[in-house]
Design a protein around this ligand. Sequence first.
Ligand code: SAH
Ligand code: SF4
Ligand code: F3S
Length: 445
Amino acid sequence: MTQADLKKFHIKSFGCQMNVYDGERMAELLADQGMSAAENGDDADLVVLNTCHIREKAVDKVYSDIGRLRRKDGTSPMIAVAGCVAQAEGKEISRRAPSVDIVVGPQAYHRLPELMEVAKSGKKALDTDMPAASKFDVLPTRGKQARPNAFLTVQEGCDKFCTYCVVPYTRGAEISRPWSDLSKEAHALVDGGAREITLLGQNVNAWYGEDEKGQRQGLEGLIRALDKISGLQRIRYMTSHPNDMTEGLIAAHGEVPKLMPFLHLPVQSGSDRILKAMNRSHSAASYLDILEKMRAVRPDIALSGDFIVGFPGESDQDFEETLQIVREANYSQAFSFKYSPRPGTPAAAMEEQIAPQVMDERLQRLQALLNEQQYAFNQNTVGRKTDILLERQGKLEGQLIGKTPWLQSVHIISPDLTIGDMVEIDITQAGPNSLTGQIKERLAA
Ligand code: SAH
Ligand code: SF4
Ligand code: F3S
């Protein structure tokens, strides 16, 4: 099938890195159909909004983006809404925004070319099925070009049903992709130029599979196998759930050279009462216990987390316990959000919803503390010698931005280096959000 009159596409991804990954797979699929990528929506014949449903504002943003796609002459490109809003809202989207031609969920985007055919005939196209057969079996194999810091989705969906969260509804049940597929995809990424691979999943550490010998493996088994790929220099994974943080995975942090000293392990709240109401099935103490074990094997590990303030029923005391766990855990970076009631989730129907001004005040206090920790972490790295992987161009002439093993951004100036290079630097300065470095030497790829 060809898309003769649809030549250029533009994909805009919101939300988590799994959406970024899906966006890349969609781009490869459309390129396989003979289309090419446009710089922006204005030049595109097809615009895909790859949406996120995790919080309220994310949805509003989609509708305002759809509005903005209308051009001055009154025309608009073919518009596809993909991602988690597509899954959650389905038909409602084209009712509210009639200019939308295609609505396609995260488990159905391999059908995009067929849906485009339907849309070309003037009909609305919708596919939010969660088919038993995996999209991964149908998508084109990964292209020749990969980003130096590539993503690889190993696990999708979630069975945890935290009471505030839409993910189990938008992404479906937890599934692990097979070992052999992941091994093939990892090799293809490295052959295409990837130096670092981040293994992705809503609960990435729940991944399991069977290796070539038919032996059951957890995420650490997969990590140990990837460690053997020559040309690959760094391995990361995210996002992890405390309940799936096994002894084996912790041990890998002390033993696998390419596994980076970084852990994104959301706790959400420091109050056991709230954690219970959230259905998190871990406690503040069990969370801290994991960190202690992790730091015993990897003392320099950088810790990241997610927090929700103002969950229904959260008292001043509960919030103080969140501040307390932050002080004890000590984060190098973190994401924190005001609770956002999501339609259809149990927490949205709970009594004692928290007033917006209380949430604002709590979020400010929490973020002040987290920012302080992040700044201190950054300052502690000044004077260290480390390697960075250059990921993108900076705003200044000759400026490049790379990441340290601890996932801090470093700005360097060098006209002779390019994206994808690994260089050894001295960290010379630290700001709240990024570092400055001086090049020591270029490392062989
Ligand atoms: N699977 C991951 C998180 C996925 S969603 C985990 O369990 O940790 C990313 C983050 O968004 C969550 O960690 C949570 O902090 C936040 N989040 C999810 N639902 C939310 C809601 N209804 N309101 C505010 N923040 C929310
Ligand atoms: Fe959402 Fe909880 Fe699943 Fe994370 S573990 S995706 S927060 S339901
Ligand atoms: Fe958003 Fe869906 Fe990811 S709701 S955070 S894009 S799984």
